[in-house]
Design a protein around this ligand. Structure first.
Ligand SMILES: *[C@@H]1O[C@H](CO)[C@@H](O)[C@H](O)[C@H]1NC(C)=O
Ligand SMILES: *[C@@H]1O[C@H](CO)[C@@H](O)[C@H](O)[C@H]1NC(C)=O
Ligand SMILES: CC(=O)N[C@H]1CO[C@H](CO)[C@@H](O)[C@@H]1O
Length: 610
């Protein structure tokens, strides 16, 4: 029987419920259990793919091409698991399922209602998805964390709260526990319990009883023992059921904070976890995970030397829009024993127009770019800011500053090269200028055999390194020297295969392609003395792990920290890199057979790494 831990929120959202939920999962994993996670988003959208990044934060892409909320990224990273699009439930998805069933006549003409039809559909979904294997054991998970988005009491989350109320009886007392995350405001040093009391009363009124009340304090001061006993008394729980989560130096410390308050022992008793049989091997793996995590956090505290990175992007007002990119940089900095100093630059501020309209912004932006140890241009859509990004890339190429371009960043690096080295003056993407005489980036959707028409290339896809890269490619070394690698994709535009020869003549090396790639590569020396200049059409940031940083990011951060660090990491990766996904089990190549890539393959990794 799977054990379910539901994590609900009260008072306000955005106080770190996801981090508390994933940290709890991580802690259970250190005891040797297999853990999975489901995120419930009470909005009507079917998936996050159509939501604006400014409003919603990053769209996170899964192996199966699911476009989901960034919280699933949290779970994949913390729990080191591979989730599927079914791990995210939205109101829209559930309603769609129920309506489709109604249209098919599955309800035999009965009146279809929120209770029981929608609430049953929610429970069935959770039960089904919680049993899907998510790690390399290929076995059913023992524990499923269910994070309920929004706050209890919202109109939106009401059907889900009701579904959970019923679910506790469906699976039984021993198999269901609830963590309620609440805010404890600190008013001039006084910790207020009233909001927590109110939300717990509301929760109880809806038929759910908290097993743990996780009190979030948005200050660095821990929960007072007096506050704790007050909450315990007024919310009708034992003192060991009240946990305090104050601000700590980084989110990576949250698991340790929860552990120190006995959360593992609590759930062991509450959910009778000792009844689950654990092999010695799993116990050992869990133990090792716990130890590595502790080492990671203490190493992070001891890192004093900085590595400075500038991110030249579009949605810089909202750090969440680049959540996975930031995480990849953080994980890489841990590995290199460096403190990450990340600066955000709005690309349009680098454009000459801004020099006229707002000189101060222009100079600040360029000041950040020219003083950075490494320059990163991430993915994005639309034309705004692209000329600024191209200027930053030109600077990186000419001044030999370590550079990493992801998706759009990669495409613009190719465009910059075409313009300034190969003499194709107006080279750009047909996305921005359909009439350009040098369409360096063109529309190249995937052709799916099951869906009509071209679609976005989405999800985990293989890339094959060119044979000749074995000796010299740094990127390949970062992937442990593998000939074939797997990363997630999300794009419609790609480098124009018809112009690749011209670019390679100019000195650009395309070192990897999709499996059907036919073109020969040239090996040139234009970038010979550049420590690291890499672009990828893929989005490697979606596969980073705290203990296993994404290879292209690791190389980038290491290069920004110094060539010696880069050499160390290349050697270390050659010796020990393991891909984060057990992809043989997860994405069978059969699954990809339904998808054809337009000929010739252009799954290009641009590298000029020497
Ligand atoms: C993470 O998962 C991968 C594949 O499932 C596995 O090979 C690797 O050892 C795991 N890492 C840790 C730190 O548990
Ligand atoms: C080309 O290949 C040779 C070995 O095959 C290697 O030494 C050299 O670094 C490669 N790159 C360039 C740009 O010449
Ligand atoms: C079981 C089920 O209905 N899964 C759905 C999850 O959501 C995606 C869309 O984002 C659907 O394609 C799946 O069928």
């Amino acid at each position: 029987m799977t054990k379910y831990i539901v994590v609900s929120g009260g008072v306000v959202s955005g106080i770190g419920k996801g981090v508390i939920a994933s940290s709890t999962g991580l802690l259970l994993k250190t005891t040797g259990l297999k853990v999975t996670a489901i995120k419930i988003d009470p909005y009507m959208n079917i998936d996050a793919g159509t939501m604006r990044p400014q409003e919603h934060g990053e769209v996170y892409v899964l192996n199966d091409g699911g476009e989901v909320d960034l919280d699933l990224g949290n779970y994949e990273r913390y729990l080191n698991v591979t989730l599927s699009r079914d791990n995210n439930i939205t109101t829209g998805k559930i309603y769609r399922e129920v309506i489709e069933k109604e249209r098919r006549g599955d309800y035999l003409g009965k009146t279809v209602q929120i209770v029981p039809h929608v609430t049953n559909a929610i429970q069935d979904w959770i039960e089904r998805v919680s049993k899907i294997p998510v790690d390399d054991t290929g076995e059913e998970p023992d524990v499923c964390i269910v994070e309920l988005g929004g706050t209890v009491g919202d109109i939106e989350s009401a059907p889900f709260v009701e579904a959970m109320r019923q679910f506790q009886f469906r699976v039984g007392y021993d198999n269901f526990a609830l963590i309620h995350v609440s805010l404890v405001p600190d008013m001039h040093g006084e910790q207020k319990t009233k909001p927590t009391q109110t939300t717990v009363h509301a929760l109880r009124g809806l038929g759910l009883i908290p097993d743990i009340i996780a009190c979030r304090l948005i200050v660095q001061k821990p929960l007072d023992p007096a506050t704790k006993s007050k909450i315990s008394m007024f919310c009708h729980v034992a003192a060991d059921q009240v946990l305090g989560i104050h601000d700590v130096s980084s989110v990576y410390h949250v698991p340790l904070l929860l552990q120190s308050q006995g959360i593992i022992q609590f759930f062991q008793k509450r959910l009778n976890l000792s009844s689950i049989h654990l092999t010695e091997e799993m116990k050992q793996r869990g133990y090792m995970l716990g130890e590595s995590w502790k080492e990671l956090t203490s190493r992070q505290e001891r890192a004093f030397d900085e590595v400075s990175i500038v991110l030249v992007g579009k949605y810089i007002d909202l750090a969440d829009s680049y959540m996975s990119v930031t995480k990849s940089l953080e994980h890489s900095a841990f590995r290199c024993h460096r403190k990450l100093k990340l600066k955000w630059v709005d690309a349009s501020n680098l454009e000459p127009d801004t020099q006229v309209t707002n000189p101060a912004k222009y100079h600040d932006a360029w000041g950040a770019v020219v003083s950075a140890g490494g320059i990163l241009v991430p993915g994005g859509f639309g034309v705004r800011g692209t000329e600024g990004m191209i200027l930053a890339i030109k600077w990186a190429r000419e001044q030999k500053v370590p550079f990493l371009g992801i998706c759009l960043g990669f495409q613009l690096a190719v465009a910059e090269f075409a313009r300034n080295v190969c003499g194709m003056k107006d080279a750009t993407s047909t996305e921005f200028d359909p009439k350009t005489s040098h369409p360096i980036i063109i529309f190249m959707p995937e052709i799916s055999k099951t869906h009509m028409g071209g679609t976005m290339r989405l999800g985990l896809r293989p890339t094959v390194f060119d044979e000749s890269t074995k000796e010299w490619s740094k990127l390949r070394k970062l992937y442990g020297g593998a000939d074939k690698i797997w990363e997630r994709h999300r794009h419609r535009y790609e480098v124009n295969p018809a112009l690749i020869d011209k670019l390679t003549e100019g000195g650009l090396s395309f070192t990897g392609k999709d499996e059907k790639g036919e073109r020969m590569q040239k090996n040139s020396s234009f970038f010979a003395d550049h420590a690291y200049f890499v672009g990828l059409q893929a989005h490697p940031e979606f596969c980073t792990r705290p203990l296993n940083p994404s290879p292209p990011f690791l190389g980038f951060v290491a290069a920004a920290a110094g060539t010696q660090i880069l050499d160390e990491q290349l050697t270390a990766q050659m010796a020990s890199f393991k891909p984060p996904h057990p992809h043989d089990a997860m994405v069978s190549e059969d699954a990809l057979k339904n998808v054809d890539v337009l000929e010739p393959g252009k799954e290009v990794l641009l590298t000029a790494d020497q």
